[in-house]
Write a protein that binds this ligand. Structure first.
Ligand code: HQG
Length: 190
């Protein structure tokens, strides 16, 4: 399985997979099943037919080495573990969350978040991280990260449903403002 994929190539394939397994399967003429998966062979053919060929070995290496375990291959089917905008039912377990979870964002969103809480925006669910470090990385995609603490146990007690994705991301429909604790602004990276 070691294809010695360069990082650049690996990231390109990963982004291609995210785009088509989470958001726009129709763009390359594939149809996801109810759980959001497609046959691996069908995906390889569709990618090649739409000008972005890669091999099965490359695909398997990207899936195995993805820093966030974004994708999974099982029984010849591949799907994204979370992050969808298309309708899918990932059949994830509803679980009791840890007492606190974390959300990484950036300062410019805080006024809206304080007013209306966390919303799923373009995705199916609000994504929450189990630790501050992960949340800091999520926030840093957009600028200087700000980490919000979510009182998950209180939400759970009040009837909010939490699901755990296959790659360790906690998903919830929304987080009302009263469950958010004042952010601690991360120091700029030295
Ligand atoms: C913000 C990546 C205004 C929210 C990451 C975030 C994650 C609001 C943005 C996964 C808001 C949505 C998800 C409100 C939330 N008003 N802004 N009421 N509520 N926001 O990308 O959590 O690399 O959909 O703070 O690692 O950043 O794709 O969500 O900044 O796990 O695998 O609206 O995506 O994983 O952005 O990231 P996103 P996210 P991947």
């Amino acid at each position: 399985m070691d294809t010695n994929l360069g990082k650049g190539r690996s990231v390109k394939i990963s982004k291609f997979l995210s785009r088509h397994l989470r958001h726009e399967p129709q763009r390359i003429g594939i149809t996801l099943d109810a759980r959001g998966r497609v046959n691996v062979q069908e995906l390889l053919q569709a990618a090649a037919a739409h000008g972005f060929p890669f091999s099965r070995a490359e695909l398997e290496e990207v899936v195995a080495t993805s820093d966030k375990q974004r994708f999974a291959i099982e029984d010849g089917l591949i799907g994204a573990n979370q992050g969808h905008s298309v309708a899918v039912d990932l059949e994830l377990p509803v679980l009791e969350p840890p007492a606190r979870l974390y959300h990484g964002t950036v300062g410019r969103f805080l006024p809206a978040i304080r007013a209306e809480g966390l919303r799923a925006m373009n995705r199916h669910a609000v994504h929450l991280s189990p630790d501050r470090e992960t949340a800091t990385r999520v926030g840093a995609r957009r600028g200087r990260p700000v980490v919000l603490t979510v009182e998950a146990a209180a939400m759970h007690r009040d009837g909010h449903r939490f699901q755990l994705s296959r790659n360790g991301v906690w998903l919830v429909e929304a987080v009302p403002p009263r469950y958010l604790r004042a952010p601690d602004v991360q120091p700029p990276e030295s």
